[in-house]
Design a protein around this ligand. Sequence first.
Ligand SMILES: [Zn+2]
Length: 324
Amino acid sequence: MKTSIASLSIAARATLNMHSLNNEGGEGNQIQTRMVDIVDHNGDMLKHVLMEHYYQLARGQHLALCQSCQHFNANRINADKDFIKRTETDKVSDADFIDQMLQTCAIDDVAGILVTEKRSLPRKSITEFGWVLGLPDRVSTSSYFHAKYVAERSSEKRAEDAEGQRTGANLGQSIFHRPASSGIYAIVCHLELARIGYNDIKQSYAIDEAERQQRASLLLESILYTFIELNGAMRSTQLPHLVALEGVLTTSTGVIPAPLISPLIGGSDDNATYREQMKDIVIALNGEQGESVKMVPFDTISGFATQMRTLIDSSLPFALAAGR
Ligand SMILES: [Zn+2]
């Protein structure tokens, strides 16, 4: 029998080696690191990676996607001209618009969107990531020499490239420095599975059980891939090495939210306190009622993968009562 899961939280410490996930833009020949110990403000990068995985799975399984999301366009349903035309404000109310959007697109459903075309209407995301923070004194960044080589060239070609270099075209051979960080990072993530397909205005579901189940399991699958394969900036040349992953997963089968606390608790030398506190919070939330909140710890990357697989195979998205 499958268990209904309303929400899921993950608090983890991930050890990443030689990554440049936080590099952003360039200045001269020195690529800038945003900050040594913060990989990702607001969790935007991890959410982007998550949605890339979800997009690939959704396409593979032919889930409903709007015209825009079929090409992974970040404007989502705002850029689906036919949909926006079909749902003009004089024809379709905000509540009905949300229903039609949830039916039309599995990405707008789980990733959330601020509709700005013809109306202003928010769809709150099902998935949230917090800032990715380095543990104090556990992250180091170094700069690595890197060269771009250009094949043998004729004297005309060299002259042409030299002219390009002068005008900023940067076609010739060049050297630059690329920073890479290694260290232990704190990651927090929360998923509101109960809201998949849920119209917050009407307080009812716009899609049927089978479709909710499909979106939920692809979303959980994408979470698994996100942690296992941490893509990010410059991944084509510098895929990060995830060498360790430990933390806790909490789930809730009802209205109590799956608890989440920071894996920074306890400090760099103590990886037990945040897990002990999480355990006590789970006991406190359950009271004498039973087991609506559960916690499972994991100590390795494969341990996390195994726990996620069990969850994917044994869960259904919880259904909120209509008109709660
Ligand atoms: Zn879409």
